[in-house]
Design a binder for this molecule. Structure first.
Ligand SMILES: NC(=O)CC[C@H](N)C(=O)O
Length: 222
C-alpha cells in the first residue's frame, strides 16, 4: 500500500541486541505526538532500503558486525550510513559499529567506519560495573514544547564504550561528557551531521525524551 508522501520510515537494525525497546519508544513518541513516522525492524536489504532513518541498538558489537557480514547486509549498511540524506543513531554497541576506529579488541570487529571517532569498548568495566547516571542533556536537546517532563534523564550504561578521541573535530561535535570519580571527563555522546552516537541506552529508560529529540531533530527536522 503506498504510504502518504510525508511519512518517514524509521528502521531499527534487528540482528541482535535491544532493538525491540528502541522500536517501542519510537512508537510511543509517534503515538503521543502524531508524527508522520512508521517504525520497522530491519533484517534485510529490502527492509533497509525502505528506511529514511536507522537506529543501531546496543547489544554486542562483535555479533552485530559478524551477523551483518554473514547475511550480506554489511555493504548495504555501509552505503546507508554514508548517505547524508539518512538519519542514523547508534547506541552503545551501535556506536562502536559506526566508529572509524576501535582502540580495544579491534581485530574482533569490522566497524562501518563512518563516524570520525575512536572508541574504547567496555570502558567502564564489566557487566557488574553497569550503572545509571542522572544526566542533564538540556545543553543540546531541544525540548518538546508539548511535553511537560523536564530535568535529568536516568541514563543507563551497560558495558559501555567511551569516545576516546574525536578524529575530525570539524565534523564531530561532542554533545555530552560525564565526570568520573577520578576527575576525568569522558565523552559519551557525539553528533556528526545526520549521525548520532551515544555510549548509553536511552531505550532502557522509562523516558522517551531522547527518542523524541532524535525524531524531531534528525528525522522530521521540523
Ligand atoms: N550495552 C552494550 O551495547 C555493550 C556493548 C558491548 N560492550 C560491545 O562491545 O559491543
Amino acid at each position: 500500500m503506498p504510504r502518504p508522501k510525508a511519512t518517514k520510515v524509521v528502521g531499527v537494525l534487528a540482528l541482535q541486541g535491544a532493538f525491540k525497546e528502541h522500536a517501542e519508544l519510537v512508537e510511543t513518541c509517534v503515538h503521543e505526538h502524531g508524527y508522520p513516522i512508521t517504525v520497522c525492524e530491519v533484517k534485510t536489504r529490502e527492509e533497509l532500503e525502505r528506511c529514511d532513518a536507522l537506529i543501531i541498538p546496543g547489544g554486542e558489537s562483535t555479533a552485530i558486525s559478524l551477523i551483518a557480514q554473514r547475511c550480506g547486509l554489511f555493504e548495504h549498511l555501509q552505503k546507508f550510513v554514508q548517505d547524508p540524506a539518512k538519519a542514523v543513531w547508534g547506541t552503545c554497541a551501535g556506536l562502536i559499529f559506526l566508529a572509524r576506529e576501535i582502540t580495544s579488541d579491534e581485530k574482533l570487529i569490522r566497524p562501518l567506519g563512518v563516524l570520525h571517532v575512536a572508541v574504547q569498548r567496555n570502558a567502564f568495566g564489566r557487566q557488574s560495573h553497569s550503572f545509571v547516571a542522572q544526566c542533564n542533556f538540556s545543553s543540546f536537546m531541544t525540548p518538546n514544547k508539548h511535553t511537560s517532563k523536564t530535568g535529568p534523564f536516568s541514563t543507563v550504561f551497560i558495558r559501555a564504550p567511551v569516545i576516546d578521541r574525536v578524529l575530525d573535530p570539524e565534523k564531530v561535535q561532542v554533545l555530552y561528557e560525564i565526570d568520573t570519580p577520578a576527575g576525568d571527563n569522558l565523552v559519551v555522546a557525539v553528533r556528526q551531521s545526520n549521525i548520532l552516537g551515544t555510549s548509553f541506552h536511552p531505550e532502557l529508560a522509562d523516558d522517551h525524551r531522547f527518542h523524541d529529540w532524535f525524531l524531531r531533530d534528525f528525522v522530521i527536522k521540523e
